[in-house]
Write a protein that binds this ligand. Structure first.
Ligand code: PLP
Length: 444
């Protein structure tokens, strides 16, 4: 049997692989295996085509199996498979960094490469603390995250993150971390279309934390502009702007974690552009290479890099980096991805489709057990009432039934999250909400 035929079958041994963020025993008793993907669809080991309602894991923004990316990767790996990331370089990484800063606009001038969203977050937190120190404000070490925030799984990320299951079994985490309250207020905001009306004042909690600790001790605030992994919490109108104002007033860096919202998800290059806010650092990953090759990046606002450039010029300015920072093959994938985003105007396309998407989302109003519907750009959250004493059971059943009905969705507890590739067409939107509507009728 050829190697490729082997990868078309259910493996003999499902046990050895300890699966991440997965109910391992449930999965292995009834595995869900993808063997191929093209454009908007996955193909499964049992020969079905499954509509991708989640862009993989919020990352395949340009759709699957893009020839341009495949060829760029093939070409690069054949020419230069790896170059040391420390004290050495290769042309593609400089080209990619320059292209990314062009995409971000005039406020950002440097890029630090990582291999994932989690690494981007830990990198940004470290840059923030080191930046203040480099400027002679070394007491600014405290970090502020937000309840229900998801910032990956590194110790920095889970410390500023606010999802209890991701924190509670991992010890004491980083010290010197506080959390803003989350912005979810279904009593006032349920079934909002786009940004909810109520909750701007929740940003003022940052003033309270500044009063408690003094600004001279606070390095940075990190938030997802739209909190996605917790179940799609769209920021209330004016909330992010207010956070920006308070950070500026107190010299605290504002970090936007755009691992999901970056690269077109909201119908703009980044959420920073969408909301018209300039944060100090932006963390990204996922859509940076269309999910093809692992990569992440941190973008630094003008002045941040410069603050580090004050030691003698043969000294390392930032003692941080990864063996695979700016990996040549990832850069090739990223450059080809940026070409596709531009050539196909995918961010504008997402913006054009967003109103139709919003109507699709809200067509589920009144569906069985649906207690809230939320949307922004090409993101949706469908919140189901939990079953008594069985949180997450109803959501998981909906996920399995959708998969059996050839639709891939994601669930966080009892919230279904959707984020299709940006190449999504109206017929796919109709299919997603048609299938989900039928599935929800069968979930008691
Ligand atoms: N930050 C945010 C906002 C995310 O949504 C994610 C992943 O979903 C991460 C960080 C972590 O990214 P990764 O899984 O690539 O480490």
């Amino acid at each position: 049997m050829t190697q490729s035929a082997v990868y078309e079958q259910v493996p003999n041994n499902l046990e050895a692989f300890w699966m991440p963020f997965t109910a391992n025993r449930q999965f292995k008793s009834k595995p869900r295996l993808f063997t191929g993907a093209k454009d908007m669809h996955y193909s499964t080991v049992d020969g079905r085509k499954v509509l991708d309602g989640t862009a993989g894991l919020w990352c395949v923004n340009a759709g699957h199996g893009r020839t341009q990316i495949i060829e760029a990767v093939r070409d690069q790996v054949g020419r230069l498979d790896y170059a040391p990331a420390f004290q050495m370089g290769h042309p593609a990484v400089f080209e990619f960094a320059a292209r990314l800063t062009n995409l971000l606009g005039a406020d950002f001038d440097h890029v630090f490469f990582t291999n994932s969203g989690s690494e981007s977050v830990d990198t940004a937190l470290k840059i923030a603390i080191a930046y203040h120190r480099a400027r002679g404000e070394g007491t600014r070490t405290r970090l502020i995250g937000r309840e229900r925030g998801y910032h990956g799984v590194g110790f920095g990320g889970i410390s500023v993150g606010g999802i209890v299951a991701n924190r509670k079994t991992f010890g004491s985490l980083l010290t010197g971390v506080d959390h803003l309250p989350h912005t979810h207020n279904p009593a006032k905001n349920a079934f909002s279309r786009g940004q909810p009306e109520h909750g701007v004042e929740l940003a003022d909690e940052l003033e309270r934390l500044v009063t408690l600790h003094d600004a001279s001790n606070i390095a940075a605030v990190i938030v997802e502009p739209v909190a996605c992994s917790t179940g799609v919490l769209v920021p209330p109108k004016g909330y992010l702007q207010r956070l920006r104002e308070i950070c500026t007033k107190h010299g605290v860096l504002l970090i936007f974690d755009e691992v999901i919202t970056g690269f077109g998800r909201l119908g703009a290059s980044f959420a920073a552009e969408y909301f018209g806010i300039v944060p100090d650092l932006i963390t990204t990953a996922k859509g940076i290479t269309n999910g093809t090759i692992p990569m992440g990046a941190v973008f630094a606002r003008k002045g941040i890099y410069d603050a580090f450039m004050n030691a003698p010029d043969n000294t390392i300015e930032l003692f941080h980096g990864y063996t695979y920072s700016g990996h040549p093959v990832a850069c090739a994938a990223g450059l080809a991805t940026l070409d596709i985003y531009k050539e196909e105007s995918l961010f504008e396309r997402a913006a054009d489709l967003a109103p139709y998407w919003e109507d699709g989302v809200h067509s589920l109003k009144g569906a069985r057990n649906v207690v809230d519907l939320r949307n922004l750009g090409l993101i949706a959250g469908i919140e189901l009432a939990p079953r008594a004493a069985k949180p997450g059971a109803r959501g998981f059943e909906a996920f399995i039934k959708a998969y059996e009905a050839n639709l891939l969705v994601r669930v966080t507890g009892d919230i279904i999250a959707l984020s299709p590739p940006l190449i999504c067409e109206k017929k796919h939107v109709d299919e997603i909400f048609g299938v989900l509507g039928d599935v929800l009728k069968t979930v008691d």
